[in-house]
Ligand binder design. Structure first.
Ligand SMILES: [Ca+2]
Ligand SMILES: [Ca+2]
Ligand SMILES: [Ca+2]
Length: 487
């Protein structure tokens, strides 16, 4: 009896399950609103405009195709101004989780889950231009997590992750806006974020790429970073022309055994401001790399740390890539560290490096072709294992405008390769620094400019006793040095 009752109950349960009507637990309430109040296993599609769908807490909407589709509206064109608000789970194992038209809005609340698990890989949210996503929950997919058109916007305080080997986690078009909050995570097995031209991204959280970049942008974008942006096998940040970077956080290529070395930041041209708490780094290549530009000047202002095999480099054409022949201007008040021995490789173009008193430089600076300028701002007291300053071809200038000949202790060598020893502080005999200059043609000390030939001949002919630099001005032979360069 018991046995047959069990069998009966089992049969009844099976029968009930089998005959359960495939009712849409997502239902249309009225012309402007639909609600998913109970689990729905076959998704929900509505061709509509100006419509809002709510998935209530604890409810799972799923399907084996596209799960929620609000597009192809009554107007015959792209659906517009539809909205999904998700407090539950929206999942698919054979299509996109959510599809919308233009001006589509998705709000994924803290407990909300948007996920795809199909074998072909499908998107979390895909829509046209003017997509707006506000995510506080979890988006976890096997293709693109968010795929939007131009003028799309993402505000993320949750977790957005793609496990695809060849898809961007977030892919938006031109004029995109992304704000990744303090608790926000955007991560991808491939590239984490791909934006078009005129993009703006503000990061307080974590953005990480695996095989692809952390962030890629087109031209004229702006990146503000207080958090962490990284990649293992590609550039942490890669962008086009006239890009601006404001960094207080970490932008790092972490490197990966066997992978091609990549950069921390790779731009065609732009301005990079790295403030005191900021670090820009590459494990194996340049912290900052400028590809061939479009003729516009690039600049780096550094109060923080910029370090890599090269702290800064430009494409010289040696690798087969087009050479950068534009002007780079570097202002260093922080640390420039090149672990290969070269801190900055600046190539062709009229480059300028300003080294502030007390800043740190590890490695050489190679200025390359064209008329370049190396300026010491304040006393020429540069810390670290300073390498060789090489002006390269053409007429290059050393400027030490804030000292006088009284600071000069000695000059040894030839005009195209000499070592200048000086006292940074006349009152401190221990403040001795020595720098090796190669291929510079002019040197400015205080208000006077000399050819390096005259400078080496004059000071070299009259060695100055260390500790008595003040006598230098009294030695008549130095008058020889006072010949101004006829520029
Ligand atoms: Ca140059
Ligand atoms: Ca040069
Ligand atoms: Ca030169």
């Amino acid at each position: 009896m018991t046995k047959s009752l069990t069998a009966l109950l089992a049969a009844t349960t099976a029968f009930a399950a089998f005959t359960m009507p495939a009712t849409a637990q997502c239902v249309q309430d009225d012309a402007t609103h639909s609600t998913c109040a109970a689990d729905d296993a076959d998704g929900y599609a509505l061709a509509t405009d100006y419509h809002e769908l709510t998935v209530e807490p604890g409810v799972t909407v799923s399907s084996s195709g596209h799960t929620i589709v609000l597009e192809d509206g009554a107007g015959g064109g792209e659906s517009i101004f539809n909205t999904v608000i998700n407090d539950g789970s929206i999942t698919s194992d054979g299509g996109d989780a959510i599809k919308g038209g233009e001006h589509f809005t998705v709000t994924n609340r803290p407990d909300g889950i948007i996920a795809t698990s199909g074998p072909a890989g499908d998107d979390g949210i895909t829509a046209g231009d003017y997509l707006l996503v506000n995510n506080q929950g979890t988006i976890s997919v096997l293709d693109k997590a968010i795929d939007g058109g131009d003028r799309s916007e993402l505000n993320n305080d949750g977790s957005i992750v793609s496990y695809a080997l060849d898809a961007d986690t977030v892919d938006l078009g031109d004029h995109a806006r992304v704000v990744n909050g303090h608790d926000g995570v955007i991560a991808g097995t491939d590239r984490a974020v791909d934006l078009g031209d005129f993009a703006r991204l503000h990061n307080d959280g974590f953005i990480g790429g695996g095989g692809g970049e952390g962030i890629e942008m087109g031209d004229r974008g702006e990146l503000t970073n207080y958090g962490t942006i990284e990649s293992y096998m590609d550039d942490a940040f890669n962008a086009g022309q006239r890009v601006e970077v404001y960094n207080w956080g970490t932008i790092a290529n972490r490197g990966f055994a066997g992978a091609e070395p990549q950069d921390g930041i790779d731009l065609d041209s732009g301005q990079i401001y790295n403030y005191g708490t900021g670090t820009i780094s590459s494990a194996e290549d340049a912290a900052i790399d400028f590809d061939a530009g479009n003729g516009s000047q690039s600049g780096i202002y550094n109060e923080g740390v910029i370090e890599g095999a090269y702290a800064v480099m430009v494409e010289t054409g040696a690798s087969g890539d087009p050479a950068n022949v534009d002007r780079q201007r570097i202002i260093n008040k922080g640390v420039l560290r090149g672990t290969s021995g070269i801190a900055a490789l600046l190539g062709a173009g009229m480059d300028e490096v300003n080294l502030y008193e007390g800043s740190t430089l590890e490695g050489s600076i190679d200025f390359g072709a064209d008329d370049d300028l190396l300026a010491f701002i304040g006393a020429p007291a540069i810390e670290g294992r300073v390498g060789i300053f090489d002006g390269g071809d053409d007429t290059d200038v050393i400027s030490m405008a804030d000292i006088t000949m009284a600071n000069v202790l000695s000059v040894t060598g030839a005009a195209d390769d000499f070592v200048l020893s000086l006292l940074a502080d006349l009152g401190d005999p221990l403040s001795e620094y020595a720098y090796n200059f190669v291929n510079f043609e002019l040197i400015e000390i205080g208000d006077e400019t000399y050819t390096t030939a005259d400078f080496v001949a004059g000071v070299g002919a009259i060695p100055l006793p260390a500790g008595l630099p003040l006598l230098a001005g009294a030695l008549g032979g130095l008058a020889l040095l006072r010949r101004r360069h006829a520029a």
